[in-house]
Design a protein around this ligand. Structure first.
Ligand code: C5P
Length: 297
């Protein structure tokens, strides 16, 4: 999350994410699933601009950065996570603060790229700064977890292993700069539906071998260790998952996987140049919107 602030406004880059590993351990009594996941923020970002006002309404608007098709389905007004995040902040401090907020969307919606969660984390950070609230990281974390399972990850920034329902964030370092090709097919998936269709792991896979491979720079090995337990469930709900799996299998990538609950799919590449080359190839196959991105560190 990159933050620029002046007296008049706060501007925050809200990155998307990829799940390099996602294991579903069990369903909990509250309906959520216990997870272990390795996530990295990526260079595909939304931009949130926050203009504070001492009182009034939250005036929220958004635009798609040159890609109208991608953000169809974006919730507006009160249902949007940005508005819900700012309202949670206002409630927490008990003040009728106002703001004008504008969001430029680049991260596709319903992709498993975490765009909405990242926007919400950016809104919490922007409100805390722009309204001069001085809330601690722990207080923001609490509010973030109430907004969605992935929101705390984005609040902390950087790669992390997330556990619990996703809200327990353990930062990890030493992954190096990683390069990926990401493809968002023409149809999105609903997180809730994918989890409902998922059978938790009988024999859970952990992410320690993947983490060690990345830290040693053994990318080919890391590519073979990418894992997402939600992939089969997502494949049952959308034919695009299988289609993308087959397309990526034909590409020169080190490994490929669904991200989060989908429907976006990604491949691990050797370098930025390699990612751009693979992206150009995939673009010709009419399987959706294609991005060459970087992540990790
Ligand atoms: O927490 P969030 O609102 O992002 O989750 C969306 C939906 O995904 C939940 O309502 C739940 O159905 C499912 N989910 C889950 N287990 C998790 C995270 C999400 O079952 N750990």
């Amino acid at each position: 999350m990159r933050i620029r602030s002046s007296a008049a406004h706060v501007e925050i880059s809200a990155p998307g994410k990829l799940n390099l590993h996602l294991e579903v351990l069990q369903q909990r009594p509250d309906g959520y699933h216990e997870l272990e996941s390795l996530l990295v923020p990526i260079s595909l970002v939304d931009t949130l601009r926050f203009h504070p006002a001492p009182h009034g309404e939250i005036d929220f608007g958004w635009e798609a950065a040159g890609m109208p098709g991608d953000v169809a389905g974006m919730p507006v007004a009160t249902k949007n996570l940005v508005v819900r995040a700012l309202e949670a902040l206002r409630r927490y401090v008990g003040r009728g603060l106002g703001a004008v907020v504008r969001l430029v969307k680049r991260v596709p919606v319903g992709a498993g790229l975490g765009g909405g969660s990242s926007d919400a984390a950016a809104a919490l950070a922007a409100g805390n700064l722009g309204w001069n609230l001085g809330l601690s990281v722990a207080e923001l974390h609490e509010l973030a977890a109430g907004l969605g399972s992935d929101v705390p990850f984005f609040l902390h920034g950087g790669p992390a292993i997330c556990r619990g329902r996703g809200e327990q964030v353990e930062p990890v370092t030493g992954l190096g700069r990683l390069h990926f090709v990401v493809c968002m097919p023409p149809a999105s998936l609903l997180t809730r539906d994918v989890y409902r269709a998922c059978v938790p792991a009988a024999r859970p896979v952990d992410c320690q071998d993947l983490l060690a491979s990345l830290r040693r720079g053994r990318l080919a090995q890391a590519g073979r260790l990418l894992h997402n337990r939600l992939e089969e469930a997502a494949a049952m709900l959308s034919p695009w998952v299988d289609r993308l799996r087959r397309e990526f299998a034909r590409l020169d990538v080190l490994g490929a996987s669904l991200t989060g609950s989908g429907a976006a799919y990604f491949g691990l590449c050797r370098t930025a140049r390699h990612a751009r080359r693979v992206a150009a190839l995939l673009q010709q196959r009419a399987v959706g919107r294609v991005y060459a991105v970087a992540g990790g560190c």
